[in-house]
Design a protein around this ligand. Structure first.
Ligand code: TPP
Ligand code: MG
Length: 662
């Protein structure tokens, strides 16, 4: 990596290649955001040519620096950089098909669409919070494997919008507290958002804001290569995270639009594009990069070959190569699954019941003992979420070797940081809060699902069973709302056995995030015999069969126990019923039709019981069905009384079942 101050004209020339690829792609798509790529092209060029450790030929190199374009609307900046530096997947053709169905160049950067896109961004604020998680994962793996194998930085480009979003507060204060010295944020300080000048809506002193959270701050002229170089050089040796305010002109060079909100988005039109070519002295047709410039950019990409080779040599000599590769591959030992099966056996043998949040801790005891990959945590509800097992220690700003994070009361920041950790690799993050506050995590849960990130969200206190804390703390619509998110495994286990099974599934699902919906109140053990098979893996199964029965009781979580009780009461009256547990709808929906029909009980009347809103249950009720659950917000009182108040009782279930059978 060149250590000398870059030449302004040279950087400007390289940066103009970014500018015109971005402008031409936006113009071809007739949509997109040219303002950021044009404004930050100089900064990004200095970063990529003089600092960023990356190797386009080895895009998954674990010790690469991570580059996060938090302001995902500026996606063409990233795509142009990936193309110019030589990422094989990011062809010129992809740039020409910017924003077209099936291209790798979606409107906003999408994780998994092309190598070099480290996370999905676009919802402002998420990227910077992901980056905090990436930096945490790096620090933890550095503590575990040493600097020879893990020693990289996370760079973020964040816009005004990123820093106005509330999540940025959580991310910034978390990073500052943990002294993430490997995190460098480049703020695109252009004083413009969509509505106009930032002075319309904010008067924050950004330096003071970051400093008060424990960051170092600096600023530079984002169009002066030497100044950008100076600031980035100083940031390399920092002992805490660094924010560099890069003063830029949005849409730099875009004739008639630069420096105004008009540069932010939308195609500039042929006239403006032509005038911009003149203004910046760019005399090439659309999508044409002259050979000498292209060669210089490719040489920039090739700078990573040497550090990559050196790193490989260090790895080979380290004696840790195998363990490191296993960690980065997310490999779980067979003893983890075996341990969870043994736990199930013990639970059945001991007839263990209790709250699923506590039974979850038992499963985590096993998991955390069998793998070093898990990093647990909670948004200040550790004793309630039961997320900290005795066999793991907290991570502290001074010592990252621990495996438990006190995220503070930062649910959104926690969820996004966990996504960043999962994307970084080498760790499997799980973190808890109350289920009602899944709303505070929801934008990040959604992105985890969109990306297929291996993030595990532990959501305890999953119903009106919260009790005395009342309706503000009692989730009602949350199960339905979470189940509506595609690619998300929402698990609501009914007892200790199901809890162990659901954890096993969550751990073994690298391409799906999971929500574990866990109870505050006690459950009863539904499984009366041990099976090594994971019955929850099919999403739903028959817990109690009753040949010839005309009634099926469907339930999840704590209400499975209620269904079992109702079944006994019905039996006493001579009415047979089947009980079906449906811990994970998403997995159940993947089963063959015959299996689903068999489980749901063809031709039987169906009563579904869940202490949540009815939304979605109609799909399982068949022709003759009813739902027993919530139809409004909950109420404050002891859990048992609240259940009784809303009629979610075995006795009421019996009554409804009899009505159904009439
Ligand atoms: C959470 C969220 N809210 C709103 C938007 C829509 N949006 C896209 S960019 C933007 C703000 C643009 O200002 P800035 O972030 O400073 O970017 P610049 O125009 O300087 O590139 C908004 C409101 C979004 N992408 N994400
Ligand atoms: Mg701006």
């Amino acid at each position: 990596m060149p250590q000398t101050t870059p030449d302004q004209a040279h950087i400007r020339n390289l940066a103009n290649a970014i500018r015109f690829l971005a402008l031409d792609a936006v113009q071809a798509a007739k949509s997109g955001h040219p303002g950021l790529p044009l404004g930050m092209a100089d900064v990004a060029t200095v970063l990529f040519s003089h600092f960023l450790k990356f190797n386009p030929a080895e895009p998954h190199w674990p010790d690469r620096d991570r580059f996060v374009l938090s302001a995902g609307h500026g996606s063409m900046l990233l795509y142009a950089l990936l193309h110019l530096t030589g990422y094989p997947q990011m062809t010129l053709d992809e740039l020409k098909h910017f924003r077209k169905v099936g291209s790798r160049t979606a409107g906003h950067p999408e994780y998994g669409h092309a190598d070099g896109i480290e996370t999905t961004t676009g919802p402002l604020g998420q990227g910077i919070a992901n980056a905090v998680g990436m930096a945490m994962a790096e620090r933890h793996l550095n503590a575990r494997f040493g600097s020879d194998l893990v020693d990289h930085k996370t760079y973020v480009i964040a816009s005004d919008g990123d820093l106005e979003e509330g999540i940025s507060h959580e991310a910034i204060s978390l990073a500052g507290h943990y002294k993430l010295k490997n995190l460098i944020v480049l703020w695109d300080d252009n004083s413009i958002t969509i509505d106009g000048a930032t002075s319309l809506s904010t008067s924050v002193n950004m330096d003071q804001r970051f400093q008060s959270a424990g960051w170092l701050t600096d600023n530079c002229n984002g169009h002066d290569a030497a100044d950008v170089f100076r600031a980035l050089t100083a940031a390399q040796k920092a002992d805490r995270p660094v924010m560099i305010a890069c003063r830029t002109v949005i849409g730099f060079g875009m004739t008639g639009r630069e420096g105004t909100q008009k540069a932010h988005s939308d195609a500039p039109g042929e006239e403006v594009v032509a005038a911009t070519r003149k203004q910046l002295g760019w005399n090439y047709p659309p999508f044409v990069i002259p050979d000498d410039l292209m060669n210089q950019w490719r040489a920039t990409g090739a700078q990573g070959e040497r550090p990559f080779a050196d790193w490989n040599a260090r790895k080979a000599a380290s004696g840790q190569a195998r363990e490191f590769d296993d960690a980065m591959g997310g490999l779980l030992p067979p003893s983890l699954a075996q341990g969870l099966v043994a736990l199930k056996q013990k639970i059945v043998a001991d007839k263990t019941d209790g709250a699923t949040r506590k039974l979850s801790e038992k499963a985590l005891d096993v998991i955390n003992a069998e793998t070093k990959l898990t990093i647990g945590g909670s948004a200040d509800l550790t004793p309630s979420n039961n997320t900290k097992t005795k066999n793991i220690e907290p991570i502290t700003p001074e010592d990252f070797s621990g495996r438990y994070l006190h995220y503070g009361i930062r649910e959104h920041g926690m969820a996004a940081a966990m996504n960043g950790m999962a994307l970084h690799g080498g760790v499997i993050p799980y973190g808890g809060t109350f289920m009602v506050f899944s709303d505070y995590c929801r934008p990040s849960i959604r992105l985890a699902a969109l990306m297929g990130a291996h993030t595990i969200f532990v959501m305890t206190h999953d119903s009106i069973g919260v009790g005395e804390d009342g309706p503000t703390h009692q989730p009602v619509e949350h199960l339905a709302a979470l189940r509506a998110i595609p690619n998300l495994l929402v698990m609501r286990p009914a007892d200790g056995v199901e809890t162990a099974e659901c954890w096993q599934i969550a751990m073994a699902s690298p391409a799906n995030p999971t929500v574990m919906a866990l109870s505050r109140q006690d459950t009863v053990l539904g499984r009366d015999s041990h099976t090594a098979d994971n019955l929850c893996a099919r999403g739903g199964y028959v817990l109690r069969e009753a040949p010839g029965a005309k009634l099926t009781l469907l339930a999840t979580g704590t209400e499975v126990g209620l269904a079992l009780k109702a079944r006994e009461l019905l039996k006493a009256e001579g009415i047979e019923s089947r009980v079906v547990s449906l811990p994970c709808w998403a997995l159940f929906e993947k089963q063959p039709l015959e299996y689903r029909q068999m489980v749901l009980g063809p031709g039987t009347a169906r009563l579904a019981i869940e202490a949540g809103c009815p939304l979605g249950w109609d799909r399982y009720l068949g022709e003759k069905g009813a739902f027993l659950g919530m139809h409004g917000f909950g109420s404050s009182g002891p859990a048992k009384d609240v259940y009784a108040h809303f009629g979610i009782t075995a006795e009421h279930a019996v009554q409804m079942a009899k009505d159904l059978l009439k």
